[in-house]
Design a protein around this ligand. Structure first.
Ligand code: SF4
Ligand code: SF4
Length: 384
């Protein structure tokens, strides 16, 4: 079979497996769709108790109790007036409390705990393999496929590193609250970035690994592109990403709008939720992934941008030992992005490194390592 037919055939099979498998598995998990309710108006009347207010407005008692600063149901028999809130104040408190209550109820906590446990186990194993320089072509693709199957098809579109940033901004814009478990998840993801570069993006994010796998399907085992592949400049991709992040944040804060939601590509793992616009966008994005390395991560992902900033203080990262490096440029050629060029040529800013280890396995003198410590500057003039 000609190389490019093979790429298209393998990509089509992979996507059929993801859509079919996810459709089946997401049905088994069940659960409520995550959506932020529109602001409501509440009925008040003088002399109402808190319990009357809850029953007239169909409010869950715990959400109302939290809004009134009560513990459990105790105090719900008190009159509303005794809490000393004006109607607008009470309405705002109840809206916020309801939003947090609904967030909490929409989560499948068992699945979330399982996903984080498997993330730690999987990333730990890959970290060891990477430190030993054992990740080569076949194993790399097998690991990406395993990550797609486990973190995407089986464990679904949520949670994801991107969701922690995107949904936190949208919920704050719409309701003025942060959902504490989401902030805790974001803190965990950022800690992972600080520990080991974008390791969570490289090997754990269900959309990141899918784009990566598609990109690799378009390369042969010697790292040569079968379909023509491009490396857009980081100045371009990061500018687009910053502009998109600003527009996204402005829309969320000004109108409580989530402009990613209609085309959210993570929803490929929950196909029943995807509409026509979403399929068109996902199709375009995944097709682009055959030609450009991780287009969503580089151009649009909110966590991509936040993680790139956190990456600046990563403990483990790709480093080059210039005393053994023979300046052959093999690692630069192997790197799917422009990171290695920036490292070797003292670039003003280093693009997102997805800790894929391709440069490490390509180096003929083992001068590239994934190790801790400061990244040395190359000797001036070593790389023309
Ligand atoms: S940057 Fe890419 S890998 Fe990281 S969270 Fe976003 S989509 Fe996932
Ligand atoms: S090949 Fe590029 S993206 Fe991959 S680890 Fe090396 S520098 Fe980072």
């Amino acid at each position: 079979m000609k190389g490019y037919y093979k790429v298209l055939w393998h990509s089509a099979l992979l996507l059929a497996f993801i859509v079919g498998g996810s459709y089946f598995v997401s049905g088994l998990w069940g659960g409520k769709p995550e959506k932020i309710d529109a602001d409501r108006t509440f009925s008040f009347s003088p002399g109402m108790t808190a319990l009357d207010f809850a029953s007239v407005n169909g409010l869950p008692a715990p959400a109302l109790g939290a809004a009134l600063g009560l513990r459990g149901r105790e105090g719900l028999e008190r009159s509303l007036a005794s809490f000393g809130f004006s109607e607008p104040e009470l309405s705002l408190k109840v809206q916020k409390s309801l939003a947090l209550h609904n967030e909490e109820r929409s989560k499948n906590w068992k699945k979330i705990v399982l996903k984080f446990a498997l993330w730690f186990a999987f990333l730990g194993a890959v970290f060891i393999l990477m430190r030993r320089g054992l990740i080569k072509y076949r194993l790399r693709n097998a690991l990406y496929f395993a990550a797609v199957a486990i973190f995407g098809v089986v464990l679904g579109s949520d949670p994801s590193p991107m969701g922690t940033v995107k949904d936190a901004i949208v919920l704050f814009g719409a309701k003025g609250v942060f959902f504490p478990p989401r902030l805790a998840a974001l803190a965990v993801f950022l800690l992972l970035v600080i520990l080991a570069n974008k390791f969570i993006c490289s090997w754990g994010c269900q959309l990141g690994v899918l784009q990566d796998l598609l990109f690799r399907l378009s390369r042969d085992k010697n790292g040569r592109s079968i379909l023509r592949q491009y490396k857009p400049s980081f100045e371009f991709t990061n500018t687009v990403r910053i502009i998109f992040f600003s527009v996204f944040t402005a829309a969320a804060l000004a109108w409580g709008l989530d402009i990613v939601e209609p085309v959210d590509p993570f929803k490929i793992y929950n196909p029943a939720m995807v509409k026509m616009a979403g399929w068109l966008f996902i199709g375009a994005l995944l097709s682009a992934s055959l030609f450009i390395y991780r287009p969503w991560c580089h151009l649009l992902c909110p966590f991509g941008l936040v993680g790139w900033l956190a990456e600046k203080v990563s403990i483990y990262k790709i480093r080059v030992n210039y005393s053994t490096c023979i300046a052959c440029g093999t690692c630069e050629l192997a790197c799917p992005s422009t990171v290695m060029s920036a490292i070797l040529r003292r670039g003003r800013s280093i693009p997102d490194c997805f800790a894929c280890g391709e440069c490490q396995s390509a180096c003929p003198t083992r001068s590239v390592t994934f190790s801790s410590g400061r990244r040395d500057l190359p000797p001036a003039g070593k790389f023309k």
